[in-house]
Design a protein around this ligand. Structure first.
Ligand code: NAD
Ligand code: WQD
Length: 336
């Protein structure tokens, strides 16, 4: 089976490529490297001892996508490629709509032309907005609170319409909670350009001495210690969720939706303590104002994925922190 992985050089994509190759799938990666390095793919080959095909190509360029489909008989696409920084999407909405929406439309058009109608889409827990209760199940109401989230919601709706028009499509919408951690080898991991937006890479960079302290965005939320609570999921568990989704897709299920989370929520302070334990370092922090748009707490009900796919995240917070630290320590400046 040959899988096209768009955005395969990125954080979640590279970890998924490792698991695909380990499971004897053939992988073809399409990535424009706008937020990643080709080195991640060299590391993927080192970890697995297997090769994959890489196209430095842009989803905004339909001809480049067509070349990949002409060169390979693709069985399914895992579509990670997209821009993902929430704050940047607020200041540059057109960039996000253009890249994420037009890129996806181009991909879907080419898939349709080549009669490849199996796709796994990287959606996000952001499509649940500020949930009325917890844990979140897949049938909760959907709403977007920023342009990035709106691209996820729009693409979900586009895929729903495509499925309604043509029942030959098989579409899995995977709603990720908060991916953290790295492959246990420490060879691949999260490598944000510039100052990290997300908590885990920020803490790692403080631990390794690149940044002075963590700013905690508010400590008077209605949570046990007052700091924000999230469902952090180990990126390898997340990657394995895709591996469990593929066989499901090949049973022609139509359109399916799954939460990929652990079902547990941890606070910002618990994350900092976890990193301190993993790194043996003290992580300085200060409490600052809440970040606009942040919600107090969010965690998944992941039971549907367990029932339907036989998938369950099994790595602990300690695993997430240890593996993130191992990657950061071995690669203080990421792939650079
Ligand atoms: P990432 O930025 O590391 O990976 C995305 C990859 O897509 C990058 O390698 C980038 O170069 C590539 N890309 C972007 N636009 C492209 C284009 N037009 N053509 C070709 N390649 C392009 O991000 P990630 O954390 O691995 O996220 C992967 C997917 O999962 C994204 O769609 C993201 O929105 C989604 N997601 C991520 C998170 C998270 O917290 N990391 C949470 C939920 C959902
Ligand atoms: C986690 C917690 C912050 C940074 C984002 C996107 C979401 C999804 C995952 C893609 C919150 C707190 C953070 C810091 C802090 N991405 N925090 N200091 O906001 O849950 O989700 O990434 O789909 O769409 O919105 O993740 O890691 O930014 O924040 O105190 O420097 O850490 O307030 O409680 P978030 P995050």
């Amino acid at each position: 089976m040959k899988i096209l992985v768009t955005g395969g050089a990125g954080y979640i994509g590279s970890h998924t490529c490792v698991e695909l190759l380990n499971a004897n799938y053939d992988a073809v990666v399409l990535d424009n490297l706008s937020n990643s390095s080709e080195k991640s793919l060299i590391r993927v080959k080192n970890i697995t001892g297997k090769s994959l095909e890489f196209y430095k190509a842009d989803l905004l360029n339909k001809k480049q996508i067509m070349t990949v489909f002409s060169d390979h008989k693709i069985d399914a696409v895992i579509h990670f490629a997209g821009l993902k920084a929430v704050g940047e999407s607020v200041s540059m909405p057109l960039k996000y709509f253009h890249n994420n929406i037009i890129g996806t439309l181009n991909l879907l058009d080419v898939m349709n032309d080549f009669n490849v109608k199996n796709i796994v889409f990287s959606s996000s827990a952001t499509v649940y907005g500020d949930p009325a209760s917890l844990p979140i199940t897949e049938n909760f109401p959907l709403c977007a609170t920023n342009p990035y989230g709106r691209t996820k919601l729009m693409i979900e709706e586009i895929l729903q319409d495509i499925y309604r028009s043509d029942r030959n499509w098989n579409i899995a919408l995977l709603r990720y909670f908060n991916p953290v951690g790295a492959h246990k080898s420490g060879e691949i991991g999260e490598d944000p350009f510039g100052i990290p937006n997300n908590l885990a890479p920020y803490i790692s960079q403080v631990a390794v001495g690149l940044l002075p302290r963590v700013s905690i965005f508010g400590n008077n939320y209605d949570t046990p210690d007052g700091t924000g609570v999230r469902d952090y999921i180990h990126v390898v568990d997340l990657a394995l969720g895709h591996l469990k989704t593929l066989p499901k897709l090949f049973t022609n299920p139509g359109l399916v939706v799954y939460n990929l989370g652990t079902g547990f929520g941890y606070s910002v302070l618990e994350m900092i303590k976890g990193f301190e334990a993993a790194s043996g370092k003290t992580i300085p922090y200060k409490i600052v104002d809440k970040r606009p748009g942040d919600i107090a707490a969010c965690w998944a009900d992941p039971s549907k994925a367990e029932t339907d796919l036989g998938w369950k995240a099994d790595k602990t917070l300690s695993d997430m922190c240890k593996d993130a630290w191992n990657w950061q320590k071995k690669n203080p400046k990421g792939y650079r």
